[in-house]
Design a protein around this ligand. Sequence first.
Ligand SMILES: [Zn+2]
Length: 169
Amino acid sequence: MRCPFCQGLENRVVDSRLAKEGDVIRRRRHCGGCARRFTTYERVDEVLPMVVKKDGRREPFDRQKIVNGLKRACEKRPISVDAIETLVDKIERQLQERGERELKSREIGEAVMRELHALDAVAYVRFASVYRSFRDVHEFMRELEDLIAERRQTPRRRRATRSARRRSA
Ligand SMILES: [Zn+2]
């Protein structure tokens, strides 16, 4: 997306919301070249896949929902709002690159958790506990253990992760 002031291509999304009709996303962007802000409008079905919820209902991808969940998970963690926005940009790109028209909400949650896990283990566990339905608690714990084993954390850090989950549950 080219900046209308300086024609630069480096910019980041600072705010993103659905227009009233629900099929257009309005984005405020901050240009890295000239530091000015501009607005873009994008049609949802050209930008991101529809989200298929657990009960089969469809809804447009909602960036703000993910940003808010991440902010909650990152409370009192050494993580800036910028880092969260950058992480959500990355997730959006990943989802776009899949080229699917629809994605299960669960797949999106997993993409978020993968990225968050790489960023901060405590925030990851908090996010997982608010994001996931605890009907799936056994499956969730299995995946959590797998992820932790994958990253070869020390036993001490694993205990810290478990107690963080209890606190936020
Ligand atoms: Zn510019």
